[in-house]
Design a binder for this molecule. Structure first.
Ligand code: KG4
Ligand code: ZN
Length: 334
């Protein structure tokens, strides 16, 4: 049962071919570079790029998989949440393909896709587990009670973790997107150089807040001055990153203990972060919990994760009809 996956929710265009829920022989990702010069994503630019890139990427994916449309049984596409213009490109492309070929169509929630990236990465992972989804647009803790069954424990009240990385990168004069840049610089820095605030860390709730941390870094930069910041960039990055990671690690372990579940997985762009992966593995082990991480290429947006969730839904007989639309705000659980 081969499935085509399409992901166009933001500034990545991606097409994948899956042979089963955990195997993606082809997963092509095109990351738009045009946004770097604007210091953030420009939705109009993103959707125009999606229109340009999706058709050739689709043809390339079939070529690399050595298959034609006839070899597929279904098409899974991200229907939300995301930028509406970008989402519409993928949704309409998938609908047109399904209409003309008679293939089954299934719309997938992007956040569910992120969770499924862990099934692609592991042949043994089974629910129940705790999933920490940390991306540019989302930060939430979810109990995955069974395949396609979710219970949301908590989410961010304001900025997402990745958004905090991107905003801090901008105010430190670094590039966009900021996550990878700060991650790399922080490797050479001292995480104890300065103690930035860790919102709700002592709290027993599963809520997050990162806007105060971003403001704290902005005030610190203003107070210390440009010269000091430039001279201590790696240390400031490491100290900021440690504040983000401490909260994410603490809350994930608390969630696993609260839910009496012994496995924690992470997903989303920030799950590629080296310090988060290292510290969560260490602290979870001390707490007697197992951890699973996708490789970085499956953490950031990709179509293989969408196809994997699609595979699971199609195998259960679920289908979307041609009324399928793009939904900029789409909760994981209705
Ligand atoms: O999942 P993703 O590709 O897109 C969304 O669904 O938002 O996540 C993108 C986010 C960006 O904010 C980016 O800065 C962050 O993930 N990111 C990282 C790292 N790599 C990407 N954050 C921290 N450390 C990284 N290594
Ligand atoms: Zn994402």
């Amino acid at each position: 049962m081969k499935i085509l996956g399409i992901e166009t929710s933001c500034d990545e265009t991606s097409v994948a071919v899956l042979t089963d829920m955990r195997t993606a022989p082809v997963n092509l990702v095109y990351s738009q570079v045009d946004h770097a010069k604007f210091g953030g994503i420009v939705p109009e630019v993103a959707s125009r790029q999606q229109i340009k890139k999706l058709p050739p990427l689709y043809l390339q994916a079939l070529r690399e998989a050595g298959i034609g449309l006839d070899d597929l049984v279904g098409i899974a596409v991200t229907m939300g949440p995301g930028l509406v213009g970008s989402l519409l490109v993928g949704v309409n492309f998938a609908k047109a393909l399904a209409w003309s070929s008679g293939l089954a169509l299934i719309g997938i929630n992007h956040l569910e896709g992120h969770i499924f990236s862990n099934f692609l990465a592991s042949s043994t992972l089974e629910p129940p587990f705790i999933a920490l989804i940390v991306s540019g647009g989302h930060t939430l803790l979810v109990t995955v009670t069974d395949y396609l069954e979710y219970h949301i424990l908590g989410q961010t009240r304001d900025d997402a973790a990745g958004e905090a990385y991107d905003k801090v990168s901008k105010l430190l004069g670094l590039g966009y997107p900021g996550g990878m840049i700060i991650d790399n610089l922080a490797r050479k820095g001292n995480p104890n150089f300065h103690k930035f605030p860790r919102a709700f860390i002592k709290d027993t709730s599963f809520e997050f807040s990162f806007s105060g941390l971003k403001t704290a870094v902005a005030l610190y930069v203003k107070d210390k001055g440009q010269r000091f910041v430039e001279d201590n960039l790696a240390d400031i990055c490491a100290a900021f990153q440690e504040a983000v990671v401490d909260v994410l690690v603490e809350k994930s372990i608390l969630a696993a203990e609260h839910e009496k579940i012994d496995t924690i997985v992470i997903a989303g762009g920030v799950a590629a972060n080296s310090r988060l992966r290292e510290k969560l593995a260490h602290k979870a082990k001390l707490a007697g919990k197992k951890t699973f991480y996708p490789p970085p290429v499956l953490c950031t947006d990709n179509a293989a994760m969408i196809a994997s969730a699609g595979y699971c839904r199609l195998a259960r007989g679920q289908r979307s009809d041609f009324k399928l639309n793009a939904y900029p705000y789409l909760p994981l659980v209705e």
